[in-house]
Design a protein around this ligand. Sequence first.
Ligand SMILES: [Zn+2]
Ligand SMILES: [Zn+2]
Length: 265
Amino acid sequence: MIFYSDMHIHTTASTCCDSKVQTPENIIPIMIDKGYKKIGFTDHIWYSDEVRPSKFYSSQNGDRHLQLHKFIHSHKWEIEVLAGCEADMKAPGIFGITAELKDKLDYVTMATDHFHMKGFVMQPSEETPAGVARHMVAFFVSAAKSGLPDILAHPFFPYGYTDLYDAAVNSLSDAEIIDVFSIAASNNIGIEINKCYFPHPQYKRFFSLETPVRILTLAKSAGCKFTLGSDAHSPDGFKVLDKLQTFAKSLGLSEKDIHPLAKTG
Ligand SMILES: [Zn+2]
Ligand SMILES: [Zn+2]
């Protein structure tokens, strides 16, 4: 095990979490049993003075995040527990989190590629590998320069366009990918190793594991530090952690590659 932390966990405060038992009181003992020393809750959020939420985000407006933060920090836990959020973007420059709310939470994980939210998140102008790649780069660069995220969730994983994942990433040169990740590295933003790389029934076609390996290897070359995220929406969602640890090991990561937020002790 390289990572003793899972910094991307959803609770019943996320609308898409359909497991009634995905509560801090149930999750913490599961993670202690697995040998984890730190966890972070990252429920979906849209909080903006300027841009109204989509229907999905309408009740995920920060109230539950602040309640959870208060609850977590008013109890003593056997392991370190943080309460953050998974923020989103509608388009480059349009974020569903503010600096003011970020200060009230422990950290912000930001998704730069929730393109499956078709009526809400801006879509690529061309549905081609190069078009999707340009779109991912534009969102990523905007987030990495915004000063808002501490961690970028599942970077360069085009939800809604997963059938183009391999080809989109292949359309970018190593130098282009390193340039983009260098922005995250220079702003001390963690890069997440997420469960999205493993087969899921939602994917129309499965892609090569070589694609996330290439992305993350180049992120490492750019000087990025990493976090691990099960993205669990139910207790079953933690089963993927063993595979994620093996995957992280295969990238040659060691203690020095762990982002400060994911460090324990
Ligand atoms: Zn996400
Ligand atoms: Zn998530």
